[in-house]
Design a protein around this ligand. Sequence first.
Ligand code: 6CS
Length: 316
Amino acid sequence: ETWRYAFEEALDEVQGKFAQKFKEEVEANSDHEIQLFPFGTLGESADIMEQAQSGILQFVDQSPGFTGALIPEAQVFFVPYLLPAEQSQLVEFFRTSKAIHELFPPLYADQGLELLTMFPEGEVMMTTQEAVNSPEDLNEVKFRVMTNPLLVDSYEAFGATPTPLPTGEIYGALQTGIIQGQENPAFYIESMKMYEVTDHITRIGHSNYTTAVMANKEFFDGLSDEDKKVIQDATAAAFDYIIEYQEGLTEESLAKIQEAKPEITITTLTEEEREPFKATAESVEQKFLEIGGSQAQAILEQMKADLAAAAGGGET
Ligand code: 6CS
């Protein structure tokens, strides 16, 4: 059988690398084939999700950044400064989190989706046309965010004018001045050449790009135990692979950007400069509890417990 798998990035970007490893594992361990559909081949993120829900696609990678309307609880990933900046803690969290492995799957199942895994894609940074050192610098900056209500709230709290747009419109909107900023991990800023249309990269340490891989649930439930295991094992192998693949990726991508555009500034805000951004976390968290669906509180509490455990029982 041939199974169809769509994702939100190109083949040589992080989601594409994950998908290729998944394909390789499934094909090595079964008679099935996986056909990959990178970004753009089947439409925007919202389109591939619809196709996965209706069963046209067997697998889809859609980030919580676009899943807000479907699974409001997944907006939790946009509470600023919730996830740890430290990579080993972050990975431990994704591996062991009860919120991810026990609480989220039934919420995805309600939408006809079998949640296979969530994984981090890298520190999210701002790229803007003017330098950013404080929330005041974001005043009147139209800032592109993914189409996620809580992400909109968080950028409002940061002082910007958030502008939700689909992926395919980012570059053009920066070029024509419809927006003056956007956020993404370094590998994506590099591969999408967003540095060509912005002059400043700012690291405020507020978030790590999270994504989720799912199967159509009816399809998955109909599989033999053997095939389910092939998929679960391929997911686990691709998770390990993608964590390893990302070692050093942020710094390599930033170096490539600096080389392609020597005049770009890359600034890591100091702890003191980050304070006013961090101070927004509480109000965004409150907002999450209001708009994050019926399980918002349970998810947030479990996430915090999982994060504390991943940090070795200490403070997160
Ligand atoms: O910002 C976006 O829309 C895109 N960013 C990444 C890192 N992956 C896919 C997503 O569509």
